[in-house]
Ligand binder design. Structure first.
Ligand SMILES: Cc1ncc(COP(=O)(O)O)c(C=O)c1O
Length: 272
């Protein structure tokens, strides 16, 4: 099983716990470098908005991915974790629609509603459906009431309205964060913000990202380093992954101000 060179540590742990061998595929400005997949049965990708780097997979790579799956009978697991939130570009179509027999699509309500709900959905190749339903039944019992409530939310049109409102609100937050960083921490570079609920903030070379994390934590801000999501041996320069969806509206401006202050206070990292 192959995962992207940057991603959620949980995914890596789940793969390891299932006893599968794990390899990584590097990411560049076009997304996962599918030509480097090597000998693997399955690959887990975030094509619409790479987590955490934020790039969208280019049309060429999407075609290469589908060709790889068709040529090798490999499985693509498409993790579309924040597909609802696109700001500066057209929504990216799901890979699953291009090759339904080779792609398992995974969506979640964790970003659009709340992670605590534990509601998500799969669109599976037909030949996997029975096996996955059985595995899910072994793993836990489904909360039918929550599912029916979500179904009602969707069919009534209220979910769509909620998404439109949230998209607008998150886009404004994204703009406020980028503008504040531009003004108060002009040496940083902000990337990956065309979609989703997080930004990658690259610090000037040599700056100590861990100092920023520690300083932010003193002000109750939970920020991660980009290197904390790294899964191979090619560390990135100092960078932060800043989620902007979490603070309540009344606390957002002060959270951004504290982040800028923490960045400005960062010394150069000690020489290795
Ligand atoms: C890359 C990625 N995949 C998936 C998820 C969703 O996980 P879950 O549905 O288990 O909350 C997240 C977090 O919301 C994520 O960042």
């Amino acid at each position: 099983m192959t995962v992207e060179a940057y991603g959620l540590p949980e995914h890596r742990r789940i793969v390891a716990a299932s006893g599968l061998g794990l390899s990584t595929v590097p990411i560049d400005t076009q997304g996962a470098t599918v030509s480097k997949l090597g000998d693997t049965d399955a690959v887990m990708l975030t094509p619409a908005h790479q987590f955490p780097l934020g790039v969208a997979m280019s049309p060429r790579r999407r075609t290469e991915t589908i060709r790889w799956a068709a040529d090798t009978a490999g499985l693509v697991i498409e993790d579309d974790y924040d597909g609802e939130f696109r700001y500066d570009r057209q929504p990216v179509g799901a890979l699953q629609a291009l090759a339904p027999e080779h792609v398992a699509y995974v969506g979640t309500a964790s970003k659009s509603l709340a992670p605590g709900l534990r509601l998500a959905w799969l669109v599976l190749p037909a030949e996997l459906t029975d096996e996955v339903v059985a595995a899910k039944a072994r793993a836990d019992r489904t909360n039918t009431l929550d599912q029916l409530t979500l179904a009602e939310f969707i069919t009534s049109g209220a979910y769509d309205r909620h998404l439109r409102r949230s998209r607008h609100a998150y886009r404004r937050r994204r703009d406020r964060l980028v503008a504040a960083l531009h003004q108060h921490a002009p040496d940083v570079r902000v990337t990956g913000v065309a979609a989703g609920l997080h930004a990658v903030v690259e610090l000037p070379a040599g700056h100590d990202e861990n100092h920023v994390i520690a300083s932010a934590a003193q002000h109750d801000l939970a920020i991660e380093t980009l290197n904390g999501y790294q899964r191979d041996d090619t560390p990135h320069g100092p960078a932060l992954v800043v989620g902007y969806g979490t603070p309540p509206e009344h606390a957002f401006s002060s959270a951004v101000a504290k982040l800028c202050a923490a960045i400005r206070s960062a010394p150069l990292a000690p020489a290795p």
